[in-house]
Design a protein around this ligand. Sequence first.
Ligand code: GDP
Ligand code: MG
Length: 435
Amino acid sequence: LGENLTNTMKKLVGMSVIDKKTIKEVVKDIQRALIQSDVNIALVLDLSKKIEERALEEEPPKGITPREHVITIIYEEMVNLLGSEAAGLDINERPYKILFLGLQGSGKTTTIGKLCRYLQKKGFNPAVVCTDTWRPAAYEQLRQLTEEMDVPLYGDPNNKDALDLAEKGLKEFKNRKVIIFDTAGRHKEESDLIAEMDQLDDIINPTEAILVIDGTIGQQAGEQARAFSQATDIGSIIITKLDGSAKGGGAMSAVAETGAPIKFIGTGERIDDFELFDPERFISRLLGMGDIKSLIEKAEENIDEDIAEKTMNNMLKGKFTLVDMKNQFEMMNKMGPMQQVLNMIPGMGNKISKEASKMTEDKIELYKIMMSSMTQEEMENPKIIKQSRVQRIARGAGVEESEVKDLLKYYNNTKKTMKGIGKRGGRLGGGAMNR
Ligand code: GDP
Ligand code: MG
C-alpha cells in the first residue's frame, strides 16, 4: 500500500492541476481591464500570450488559486516592462542637463516647476532655461513658477530663436549642478517640432531627456514617443494628469516604444501634486484591482489548519454535513480549487476531480448564498430538506428551486464519494494538511 500511495502522490504532484479554462477566463478579464485602461492592443495581446504560456507551463505554488497565479504572472510580466521600483533621478554628473520634451499641453512647464520643488527638497538648486518661443506666455508662466521658489531662470520673450536661447542659457548656468530646459510643444508642422528638438538636443547634449506624456491621451502615447525619440534618446518618462479617472495605460506603449522607465507622475495642477512612480500601484490601477500586494500576500497565507483537519476527518468518517461543505468551500477560497485541497490527501485527488472541476467560482458563490438561507438544523442534517424547505430556501436566496436541488445533489455525490474513500481506510496521513 505504501508503495501505491507514493506512486499516487507522485502522479498527483506531477499532474498539472492548472485548469486551462480558468486561465483563459482570467487572461480574458485582464485583457479587458488593460484595454479599458488604454493600454495598446498589440501590447495587451503580446502580454497575454506570454502570460497564458507561463500560466499553463508553471505550476501554481500550493495555496495559490489559478486565478491568483495568473495575476501574479501578469504582475511579474508588467513589472518586467515597467521596472520593479520607483527609480527617481540620480544626479550623478555636473552639470546634469535635463531636456523636457512633449506636446503642448502635456504638462511640461508645470512639471518642471514640480521637479524643481522636488529637487530643492533633496538639496539641489536647479536652474531653468526657457526655449519655448512658440507659446506667447511661455516665459511669463515659467517666470511666475520659478520666482515663487527662488529658482534662477534664463529666458528672453523677445528672442524667437530657441537654439540661441539654449546656448545662452547653457553659458549662463554653466556652473550650476542641475539645469532644466523647457521646450515648445508645438510648431506649424510636427516635423518642424521634431527637427527643433533634434537641434536642441545637439546643442544641449542632455544628460537626461524626459518625455512628458499626458496620462489622458490613451493610445496616441506610443506614436508621440516614437516621434520624439527621433530627436533624442528618451531617458525617462513622466506621466501627468493621473489625478482624474485616467489610468495612464497609454503610457505603457510609450515605455514599450522607448525602453525608458516612467520616473514620476503628476497628480494635479499644484506644485506638490507630484509623486515618484510606483510600478506596483500603477499596475494595480491598470488592472482595476485595489491592492495586488495584499492579494499576493493572501495567496501565500496558510489555510486554517484546524477547520481543514476537522472537516477532512468528518468527511472521511462519512459525517459530512452541509456545514462541512461550507467549510470546504472556505478552504477552497483560501487554497485554490477543490482538486488542490484533495491532492494533499493521499488517495483522494483523482477521486473527486470530476465533480471538483465542474465547480466554478461563480457556482461556489451561488451555493454559499443558498446555504446562508438554510437553518442551522438544515445545514447539520441535510436529509430533512424536502420539497417545502427547498421552496423556502429558493425564495430566500432568490434562486430557482432547481438550483437548490442541484446544490443538494452535489452535496450527496460528494458525501458518497467521501464515504467510499473513508471506508477504504484513508486517513489523514501524518498530518498531510499540516504543511
Ligand atoms: P506644456 O504646454 O506641456 O508646458 O503644459 P503646461 O505645463 O502648460 O500644462 C498644461 C495644462 O495642464 C495646465 O492647465 C496645467 O495646469 C495642467 N496640468 C499639468 N499637469 C497636470 C496634472 O498632473 N494634473 C492636472 N489635473 N493638470 C495638470
Ligand atoms: Mg510649456
